[in-house]
Design a protein around this ligand. Structure first.
Ligand SMILES: NC(=O)c1ccc[n+]([C@@H]2O[C@H](COP(=O)([O-])OP(=O)(O)OC[C@H]3O[C@@H](n4cnc5c(N)ncnc54)[C@H](OP(=O)(O)O)[C@@H]3O)[C@@H](O)[C@H]2O)c1
Length: 439
């Protein structure tokens, strides 16, 4: 019997994720090797500071401070880019692909910014690019879209893709707590970065939404082309109002495609979800995604969206796919097939095509006639009011007005917000929450 193929793996990055991959791959090596029919050799790892003391031990001779040396090392078959960032990570990824290697990435920001260039390099040089860990951590959503659901087109994908935001919203809702102290606690517990803006302003979710939209629809949508709104203006009162109306509030990525008009919409925003919706009940740092396919109907995925172990699980699944590809010359569905023209193409939906119901919170002067003026602005934009909740605001002489609307559209709501901002009686920028009418 011939010796099994030995595949050498290089980890560029040996931080949270890199160490998790090393730890779990080492622990389960014999079983994985027997399932895959190859030998897996954790050959090298690159870090910024080789002298740093690390939780997971690695022989010093295997460490380098030069990730490009791993990408260019002819003995390395699989390069895992686990550094983050978009500059050196791009160089490492492109160098490895130009050598025809398999690159495994957890880096959604890199894919979102340089995806077309990376895929083109892989196709040109015979390399391969796997990125299961880039979206929703341990949930195998990339594999689900690329393989399990390949028979489908996707009218709707939505979900919680950022555990930090979901943790903050859950704490606010459960403890009736304001945003700022909950954010501070999330930082103390290591759930939020020192600079929280990427998470709480919605950009991390937007990067992941871009990756999912591309996989599902073959179109690269930049975060700048999406509606992206974060969670920092949500208050405990919004949760109370939402509960009164029968909803919870979640930060969602929402990717919808009108198959008849062939229009695609990708957006990230706090969303009112009916309390009965399963995703409304996903708490803490967990992620959850609902995927509706035109053949299968609706499917649901939930699990840990980040953290060392969950992310390592996803990276190792890509290493296993890479091993199958290198052993048998074929793997899952290759990415060249994801291009938009081959799949009928689709255009971005104009604002008037994006329709839902809206929750609008206004802080207004507590005077007679203000509600009538607000209602008249909305009526002029043909935005029809469904309900009104009025309560005293924190500021003396001010009132909080919460209006929900019947179905309207983004264009009408944008115009409404602009006009309301010009009313002297409206004291601060209105807060808008879209409702997720998904059932
Ligand atoms: N953490 C998660 O839960 C999670 C989940 C999903 C996806 N991801 C993605 O996974 C990637 C890695 O995240 P992480 O949390 O593991 O980051 P991390 O803990 O900060 O680790 C980054 C690693 O890259 C090394 N590195 C950074 N810049 C380098 C340079 N110029 N040269 C050589 N090595 C360099 C660091 O070296 P030193 O150790 O010497 O500093 C460190 O080992 C990111 O793209 C992230 O978005 C992370």
């Amino acid at each position: 019997m011939s010796e099994p193929l030995t595949l050498n793996i290089g980890l560029c990055g040996f931080g949270t994720v890199g160490q998790g991959v090393w730890k779990h791959l080492s622990a389960n090596l014999a079983e994985l090797e027997s399932r895959l029919g190859v030998k897996l050799n954790l050959a090298r790892a690159a870090v910024r500071d080789p002298k740093k003391v690390r939780g997971v031990k690695i022989p010093a001779r295997k460490l380098t401070a030069d990730p490009l040396a791993i990408a260019n090392d002819p003995s390395i078959h699989i390069v895992c880019e686990l550094m983050g960032g978009t500059t050196l990570a791009r160089q490492v990824t492109l160098a490895a692909l130009r050598h025809g290697k398999v690159v495994v990435s957890a880096n959604k920001a890199l894919i979102c910014e340089h995806g077309p260039e990376i895929i083109a390099a892989a196709q040109k040089h015979g390399g391969h690019f796997f990125f299961e860990a880039s979206v929703a951590g341990g949930i195998p959503i990339i594999k689900a879209l690329r393989e399990g659901l390949v028979a489908n087109r996707f009218p709707r994908i939505y979900g919680i893709l950022n555990g930090t935001c979901n943790y903050i919203l859950t704490q606010m809702e459960e403890h009736d707590a304001p945003y700022a102290p909950v954010l501070a606690e999330a930082k103390r517990l290591g759930y939020a970065e020192a600079d929280e803006s990427l998470d709480v302003d919605g950009w991390d979710t937007a990067h992941k939404a871009a990756v999912l939209a591309w996989l599902a629809h073959g179109v690269w949508v930049k975060p700048g082309q999406m509606i992206v709104e974060g969670i920092s203006r949500i208050t405990p009162d919004d949760f109370k109002n939402a509960a009164t109306l029968g909803f919870g509030i979640k930060l969602l990525a929402v990717i919808t495609r009108d198959l008849a008009r062939n229009e695609l919409s990708v957006r990230v925003h706090p969303t009112l979800l009916p309390a009965s919706n399963v995703i409304a009940n996903v708490s803490g740092v967990f992620n959850a995604i609902s995927v509706t396919g035109d053949v299968v109907g609706t499917t649901l995925y939930s699990g840990r969206g980040a953290g060392q172990d969950a992310t390592a699980s996803a990276v190792i699944s890509d290493i296993a796919d890479a091993a199958a590809l290198l052993k048998h010359g074929k793997g899952g569905h290759l990415l060249g097939e994801a291009s938009a023209p081959a799949r009928g193409g689709c255009r971005l939906a104009p604002p008037e095509s994006i329709r839902c119901r809206y929750y609008l919170r206004l802080t207004v002067k507590d005077q007679p006639g203000v509600l009538a003026r607000v209602a008249s602005v909305m009526a002029r934009q043909k935005v029809s009011i469904a309900s009104v909740i009025q309560s005293p605001a924190a500021t003396p002489g001010a009132a909080s007005l919460v209006l929900t609307t019947h179905q309207s559209n983004e264009r009408a709501m944008r115009d409404t917000l602009k006009l309301l901002g010009r009313l002297g009686a409206v004291l601060e920028a209105p807060l808008l929450i879209r409702s997720g009418d998904f059932d």
